[in-house]
Design a protein around this ligand. Structure first.
Ligand code: PXP
Length: 250
């Protein structure tokens, strides 16, 4: 079964728009996360950015103690955030690149370039019982490097695929890149997640990508929740995801 991790950063973005620096306020990302779990989410994803523009440290600790499912902590590979992750002990961390000016995580990690530093963090996390995923563009050299680093998962960046969905020819090309990367990762022993820019319209096209375990989806679910509520928004996404083909067992 294809699993859904709901990214709740955008709930915190809304809170910070009004209550930045006050250590309180609504809407509450933890309450949102619990509603997502109750509606069938398999896990909750939250990105503790170095600039703390949405999720705050207190949110991460509160999520850790409140969640019944899995906590996926998205984070940059920096000393401060690594130390925090080792205190929080999420179930899994997803290492992502971060740039202060970006609106959201824009590209994948350059695992080839940062192989050594990523391997050190991968080991620290695994030694603490935390699984490691690397958020990468669907490129052969990045998949190989992720396997060398010893990560358990890669999360394939679906941003370019999502953007290309309005242009049919390009969408096929982007899908092809995801299919090839998923196959290669699977052959290297990596487990395959995907995320970024996925929504109720483009999800179906992703079903031709093999070996997917979990999708991390945030913006489209939180946006849909404004119209129909979080429970219905999560249920609708899960219903769509049930169409993902089961893996062929030999
Ligand atoms: N996965 C990763 C690694 C991300 O950085 C993000 C965005 O924060 C997502 C998934 C979710 O993307 P979206 O909000 O576009 O669904």
């Amino acid at each position: 079964m294809l699993k859904l991790g709901v990214n709740i950063d955008h709930v915190a973005t809304l809170r910070e728009a009004r209550y930045r620096g006050l250590g309180r306020g609504e809407p509450c990302p933890v309450a949102a996360a619990l509603a997502c779990e109750a509606a069938g989410a398999h896990g909750i994803t939250a990105h503790l950015r170095e600039d703390r523009r949405h999720i705050q440290d207190r949110d991460i600790f509160a999520l850790r103690s409140a969640l019944q499912t899995r906590l996926n902590l998205e984070m940059a590979n920096t000393r401060e955030i690594v130390a925090l992750a080792l205190k929080v002990k999420p179930d899994i961390v997803c290492l992502v690149p971060e740039r202060r000016q970006e609106v959201t995580t824009e590209g994948g990690l350059d695992v080839v370039r940062h192989r050594r530093a990523l391997a050190v963090t991968r080991k620290k996390m695994n030694d603490a019982g935390i699984e490691v995923s690397l958020f990468i563009a669907p490129e052969s050299k990045q998949v190989d490097a992720a396997a060398e680093v010893g990560a358990q998962f890669v999360e394939l960046h679906t941003g370019r695929f999502a953007e290309s969905c309005s242009a049919k020819g390009r969408a096929q090309a982007e899908l092809g890149r995801l299919i090839t990367a998923a196959q290669q990762g699977h052959e290297c022993g990596l487990r395959i997640n995907a995320g970024h820019g996925l929504n109720y319209v483009n999800l179906r096209a992703l079903f031709s990508v093999p070996h997917l375990e979990e999708l991390n989806i945030g913006h489209s679910i939180v946006s849909r929740a404004i119209a129909v509520g979080l429970t219905k928004a999560v249920r609708e996404m899960r219903a769509l995801m049930r169409g993902y083909p089961r893996p062929v067992t030999r």
